[in-house]
Design a binder for this molecule. Structure first.
Ligand code: G6P
Length: 465
């Protein structure tokens, strides 16, 4: 079996598995396959000359990590990746900023990654690159002679062509995607957006369902919806400790009904819109006052970027406003928690909440939606209210699907979720469990890897294979 080399900007800590569902999922797959994980170690050094690659081994997984310089952090990570690509790919051209320095830094960091990874590669390695930080990595590796099979998976949405072309250098970026053998997207919508671009702007054509021919290159382009380890998450929600946490939540909270939202504090998550919808719910259904609480957990992220500072202020003003207007000495309608919470605690909070409110304005997949479902008690499950703009909505049809921009619609869905009869909740939950099991983390990993190893036959046009 070929060795798997995974490259991503963020890596998980193999000792503590401390960095969330996705990284843990990759780690589990790497453990099965054996392999190397290359990425940023989260540290910042002053000078480029201070950068060293450090390798550590954990069973059959080698972690190879290196720091970024302060300048890379500002111009590559915050600049090009998160002030440029992130907003464009989330359809937010109004927030996108591009500068020459940031663009140069993006190229330079990708080149440095390629330079550091190339000597570690064996001929038969499968290379799997993750997310928007590292789109041109394959091009850098190919320029250094690597002829390996390489795949790229985009965790975030891919925008429609009209949005993409507003970005400077979009042609360069898309051309660099064509250096991979396999391109993976979260949803059919993302896949279709990409294909519309290559058909319309580059004269590409599909040779079969998943095989694209463009600029003389043939590549596999497909949908691989990311998932979670359902049993693992479900069992986390059922431990005696989880039980204690749930009882504490119900005892401490003044309300009988808990609604939960868990999101990085990011403008793509639609948090102010969610609070406005909750306010509308309180206006429309006053008999729920003192009975319902929204717990919003929102760990801060990318805090140096103005758009993130603004969204935090907006969220804090709104939660204060709602609590001031509707709250009482014995009831706080919005419980806003601005820190990250351990997975085990989250699993318990999900299980103890009657409604999971997942209403991003645009999201690649959204694993919180799947985790909420996995954590529910099968005999008395809660109800998932899910934005139609989350990738997860393409599959999770039995959730209450809403338009997050429409406060009235979301308010009505919250009401419907709260009063939904147990029988209907059980039927919906069963169907949702079936769906998240059918597309779990293992399936995601295995199907991407099979696409990567697939032999495409003698008529393969890729110049480097
Ligand atoms: C999204 C991206 C990931 C990223 C994560 C956290 O899920 O798809 O690539 O790692 O957000 O963001 P951060 O900027 O902290 O890495």
């Amino acid at each position: 079996m070929s060795r798997l080399v995974v490259v991503s900007n963020r890596v998980a800590d193999p000792e503590t598995q401390a960095s969330g569902g996705l990284a843990v999922c990759i780690l589990q797959g790497l453990r099965q396959h054996g392999g190397l994980w290359f990425g940023w170690n989260g540290l910042i050094v002053e000078e480029e000359s201070d950068i060293r690659v450090a390798c550590t081994r954990h069973d059959n997984v080698t972690m190879a990590t290196m720091p970024l310089t302060e300048r890379d952090f500002q111009e590559f990570y915050l600049g090009y990746c998160n002030k440029g690509l992130w907003p464009v790919f989330h359809y937010r051209l109004d927030l996108a900023r591009f500068t020459q320095e940031n663009s140069e830094s993006y190229r330079a960091v990708n080149n440095r990654f390629a330079e550091s990874i190339a000597p570690l590669l064996r001929q038969s390695d499968l290379v799997w690159v993750h997310d928007y930080h590292l789109i041109p990595l394959a091009a850098g590796l190919r320029a250094r002679g690597a002829a390996n099979r390489m795949g790229f998976f985009l965790h975030i949405p891919f925008p429609p062509p009209d949005v993409l072309v507003a970005m400077p250098e979009y042609e360069w970026l898309i051309n660099s995607m064509l250096e991979y053998d396999v391109l993976g997207f979260q949803t059919k919508t993302d896949h279709a957006n990409f294909c519309r671009f290559v058909f319309g702007f580059m004269g590409g054509e599909m040779l079969s369902k998943d095989t694209l021919l463009v600029s003389g290159k043939r590549l596999t382009v497909s949908v691989f919806p990311v998932g979670i380890d359902v049993d693992d998450f479900a069992s986390m929600a059922q431990t005696p400790e989880a039980e204690m946490r749930i009882q504490k939540l119900h005892r401490r909270g003044e309300a009988r009904v808990n609604i939960i939202g868990v999101d990085r504090l990011d403008y793509s998550k639609g948090l102010p819109d969610r609070l406005r919808a909750f306010k509308r719910f309180l206006e429309l259904f006053p008999h729920h006052h003192k009975a319902v609480t929204l717990m919003q957990i929102a760990p801060p992220t990318r805090e140096d970027i103005q758009a993130y500072i603004d969204i935090r202020h907006e969220l804090e003003a709104l939660s204060g406003q709602i609590n001031g207007e509707f709250g009482d000495y014995d009831w706080t309608p919005v419980r806003y928690v601005r820190r990250s919470i351990a997975q085990e605690t989250l699993a318990a909070l999900y299980r103890g909440s009657h409604v999971g409110l997942v209403t991003p304005l645009r999201d690649g997949m959204n694993l919180v939606a799947k985790e909420y479902v996995a954590a529910q008690d099968a005999n008395d499950p809660g109800v998932l209210v899910l934005s139609r703009f989350a990738g997860a909505a393409e599959d999770l049809e039995e959730a209450l699907i809403v338009n997050p921009y429409d406060a009235d619609e979301v308010a009505q869905a919250i009401q419907r979720a709260i009063v939904m009869p147990r029988k209907e909740r059980i039927t919906r939950h069963r169907a949702l469990m079936k769906r998240i099991r059918a597309r779990d983390g293992r399936k995601w990993m295995e199907s991407f890897i099979s696409a990567l190893v697939a032999d495409r036959g003698p008529d393969d046009l890729h110049p480097t294979t």
